[in-house]
Design a binder for this molecule. Structure first.
Ligand code: PHE
Length: 361
């Protein structure tokens, strides 16, 4: 069996130098496969006499086992090499900076409306709504602004085409018509706020044809100016997060309130920078007043029995002041860079307790 030894060492040498799993598999098939060299020699055993067959058989089986063992061992080595190569090639560099996030942002107007609602909700107000397309009656007449009243000119109203009866609907110029709608559909006590869209034909850095207001209305037995002042002082301090924010009530005029007051908050201006809080200057932030008895009567309320106060503020204006946004038109540009800068991460609840600690109305 000399030739068997030669074949065997040739195969073992080939296994030694095989440098890939494919090459190793080829060697295995060539030696141990169905038509492999060792397999063919096994077949030859059939033609031998019993004694020779036993001796040759033993030798062949040993050679076959040696080859199989050598292939197994080499297979493990080559598999480890392949695995290491893959690990090396596919290695994750955890120190690489992550890709930039594209999280959505909450628009500053949405955030501001949420903050306003949260503050008034703490004071027991409910949110009410009304239509954007409003009748002349609710937008003006019921609010004590009769057809020839000069206040109508100041509103720069958008009128819709006249309907069959000649009536012209308007895009509401303020959220005040919801005062009337609420008083018509509810009995006192009433404590509502009305955040919503409003429209005026006006466009510059501080005016947009569509903008947002938040109305407020409180009606009850014995509601007086002290309630109005306490409520709005608490709101201003909570919203701007300044506990000792000076709040000033300045006499004013609105047809639907009597007396009426414009509300200013304290501020300082230094080198163009505005700081809200105690200072030598004032910023107007909302309109307010005691509900005019004529308005109560228009809603079927007896002014001897019920009194109340109302207020209205521009959402864009208070958002610009709180968050330092210089141009109102940018609110509607849908510029993602602007949103990334001024927007808010969702689920970051508004903090509303700053100014409510001093006690409610
Ligand atoms: N509706 C008024 C405006 O748009 C604001 C306001 C509301 C004033 C309620 C007083 C009371 O300017």
């Amino acid at each position: 069996m000399e030739s068997l030894d030669a074949v065997s060492s040739e195969i073992i040498d080939a296994i030694d130098i095989a440098d890939s799993l494919d090459a190793l598999e080829a060697i295995r098939i060539d030696a141990l496969g169905k038509k492999g060299r060792i397999s063919l020699m096994m077949r030859e055993l059939g033609g031998m006499n019993a004694e020779d067959r036993r001796a040759a058989g033993q030798t062949l089986n040993r050679v076959k086992d040696d080859i199989a063992t050598a292939i197994d061992a080499k297979q493990k080595i080559l598999a480890a090499v392949v695995l290491n190569e893959r690990l090396e090639a596919e290695r994750l560099d955890v120190s690489l900076p992550s890709r930039p996030h594209t999280d959505a942002r909450l628009h500053p107007l949405s955030r501001t409306i949420e903050e306003v609602i949260a503050i008034f909700a703490e004071m027991g107000f409910q949110v009410a709504e009304g239509p954007d397309i409003e009748s002349d009656y609710y937008n003006f007449t019921a609010l004590n602004i009769p057809p020839e009243h000069p206040a109508r000119q100041e509103h720069d109203t958008f009128y819709l085409p006249a309907d069959a009866e000649g009536g012209r609907k308007v895009l509401r110029t303020h959220t005040s018509p919801v005062q009337i709608r609420t008083m018509e559909s509810q009995d006192p006590p009433i404590r509502i706020i009305v955040p919503g869209r409003t429209y005026r034909s006006d466009h510059d850095a501080t005016h947009s044809p569509m903008f947002h207001q938040c109305e407020g209305l409180v009606i009850g037995d014995g509601i007086h100016m002290g309630h109005l002042k306490g409520c709005l002082i608490d709101f201003c301090r909570a919203f701007f997060g300044v506990d000792d924010l000076p709040v000033r009530f300045r006499p004013s005029y609105f047809p639907f309130t009597e007396p009426s007051a414009e509300v200013d908050i304290g501020c300082t201006r230094q080198n163009g920078a505005l700081k809200i809080g105690a200072g030598d200057d004032w910023l107007e932030i909302l309109g307010s007043g005691m509900v005019n008895p004529r308005v109560l009567e228009n809603c079927g309320y007896d002014p001897e029995k019920y009194q109340g106060f109302a207020f209205g503020m521009g959402i864009e204006r208070i958002a610009m002041l709180k968050y330092g946004i210089p141009d109102l038109r940018t609110f509607y540009d849908s510029d993602l860079r602007w949103m990334r800068h001024y927007g808010f991460l969702p689920f970051d609840a508004p903090s509303i307790h700053a100014g409510l600690s001093g006690g409610g109305i």
